[in-house]
Design a protein around this ligand. Structure first.
Ligand SMILES: *[C@@H]1O[C@H](CO)[C@@H](O)[C@H](O)[C@H]1NC(C)=O
Ligand SMILES: [Zn+2]
Length: 467
């Protein structure tokens, strides 16, 4: 046994010992440890090590530094795909990966991979990671905790003398947020091998009419459209993928539970709808003669709420987050309206039923009001994802070893993990965040909660690496 492995053994012994305190069952402790470490426990020694400790200050410093790459003033963060700030953030992440001695690689669209080669490097790797892009005027923790926290988890395992069997890999995904091109989880969607996306990425432009390919080139990712398919992952690239993320909801904080173990990610769908009427002067056109596209939109917004509530499940949610009227003048009857509708559920069929009802309502409303339903477009209609049993087991194992209370829960927001689930067993670790705030400058996770999340992630990856 090398010095390094025996060192790890004692850290794990400490962890196991803490978890088992009060159980007074050394044999059981020994067995659990062997199971985890893959080699027999021994008693020689150095005693418990303090080394299995997260550098919470260092992690916070990195989070603050990364937050300074922003196009809006602190405490808000704005970091949009392929902007100068995004490029600076990428450089920062690659810098840390290099410092940790990871092998750094980028794919055609700028997904960044930092790999710690395991002793059996030909096996599927254990992946972790998240995103560092930030929607306008948001906060500094969403996504970032899952990238910098993962790098700290790697550093912690290295400091502890851990030797991976399967390689461990930290991924920084390109553009989880849909801000620039209206495509969420762009990087992970493409990694999942979604063929249609390679087509849309050839044509899509941002609101300045800059194409995806030109924007990528300006950030240093010059590519031929044919190269997009090179991002697709092989199904055996990863044996497991686990993402650390703030909850973005209030449950863990409210219940005082430090760790959430995600068992499923709800299925998102988004739809755009447009109505066209005749418009006209707000004084001159009398009520019976109107074809008001704005009222059609208003009626449809209420229909969305009605159909969602009819599902009878608390898990079905629907939102009209955008409702625009044209020409948008107080004395002009709206001649056009534009809605964007988000519908989610953990049950795909139930969600699709809601979408179908919304479609029927849109048609009916257009007839009744004499307006044209000029668009009803389903932008995306993704399936939900269940966490992999092996990953859930490893996460539970880790939380128990660390004596941290946990709660199994559903992620109602979606994440890159939703798409990684198509190429690997997947799981997510949630940590509490202040009042559930997210996508706001007030977004906050405490150093202690982040440390707990990092430790659970580190042990989960170690366990999966030795599987
Ligand atoms: C957007 O750019 C394309 C290609 O440069 C050009 O043909 C098109 O007219 C532009 N559209 C707008 C609305 O400026
Ligand atoms: Zn996120």
């Amino acid at each position: 046994m090398t010095r390094a492995t025996s060192h790890l053994l004692f850290i794990l012994l400490l962890v196991v010992g803490v978890a088992a305190a009060g159980a007074h069952d050394d044999a059981a402790v020994r067995r659990t440890l062997e199971e985890f470490a893959g080699f027999p426990a021994s008693d020689d020694g150095e005693g418990p090590s303090a080394a299995f400790r997260v550098d919470a200050e260092g992690l916070q410093r990195q989070i603050d530094e990364l937050a300074s790459f922003s196009d809006s003033p602190a405490p808000s963060v704005t970091r949009v795909l392929y902007s100068d700030k995004d490029v600076q953030a990428r450089r920062y992440i690659k810098g840390i990966m290099n410092q940790l001695g990871l092998a750094v690689r980028e794919d055609a669209v700028g997904n960044i991979f930092g790999r710690w080669e395991g002793s059996e490097a030909e096996l599927g790797a254990v992946g972790t990671g998240s995103h560092v892009d930030a929607i306008p005027f948001s906060g500094k923790y969403d996504g970032v905790v899952g990238v910098l926290g993962a790098l700290e988890a790697i550093s912690l395992l290295k400091r502890s003398g851990f030797q991976p069997k399967r390689s461990l890999e930290v991924i920084m995904f390109t553009s989880e947020e849909p801000t620039r091109f209206g495509i969420s989880c762009l990087g992970s969607r493409l990694m999942a091998g979604i063929e249609e996306l390679t087509q849309s990425l050839r044509n899509v432009v941002d609101n300045q009419n800059v194409s995806f390919l030109d924007a990528a080139e300006s950030a240093g990712y010059k590519m031929d459209p044919e190269d997009l398919r090179s991002v697709f992952l092989n199904k055996d690239s990863y044996s497991a993928f686990v993402e650390l993320h703030i909850e973005q909801g209030p449950i863990l904080e409210k219940e005082g539970i430090p760790i959430g173990i995600v068992t499923a990610i709800a299925a998102p769908a988004s739809i755009t709808v447009e109505f066209e009427g005749n418009g006209g002067h707000a004084g001159a056109v009398l009520m019976p003669a109107r074809n008001d596209a704005g009222l059609a939109a208003a009626e449809l917004a209420l229909a969305v709420e009605k159909h969602v509530l009819e599902s009878g499940s608390i898990d079905t949610v629907g939102t009209v987050g955008i409702l625009q009227l044209h020409p948008g003048a107080i004395n002009s009857i709206p001649s056009k309206s534009h809605l964007e509708i988000d519908v989610r559920d953990i049950d795909e069929k139930r969600r699709n039923d809601v979408i179908e009802k919304v479609r029927r309502s849109a048609t009916e409303i257009s007839k009744n009001r004499g307006v044209v339903l000029s668009e009803f477009k389903i932008i995306n209609q993704d399936p939900p994802a269940l966490s992999g049993k092996s990953v859930v087991d490893a996460m539970e194992f880790a939380a128990k070893q660390l004596n941290l209370e946990y709660k199994k829960m559903i992620s109602r927001a979606y994440h890159d993990s939703l798409f990684m689930a198509r190429v690997s067993p997947m799981g997510m670790i949630f940590i509490p965040c202040y009042k559930g705030y997210s996508h706001k400058p007030k977004e906050y996770a405490s150093p202690e909660d982040m440390s707990n999340g990092v430790k659970v992630l580190a042990l989960t990856m170690a366990k999966l690496s030795l599987d």
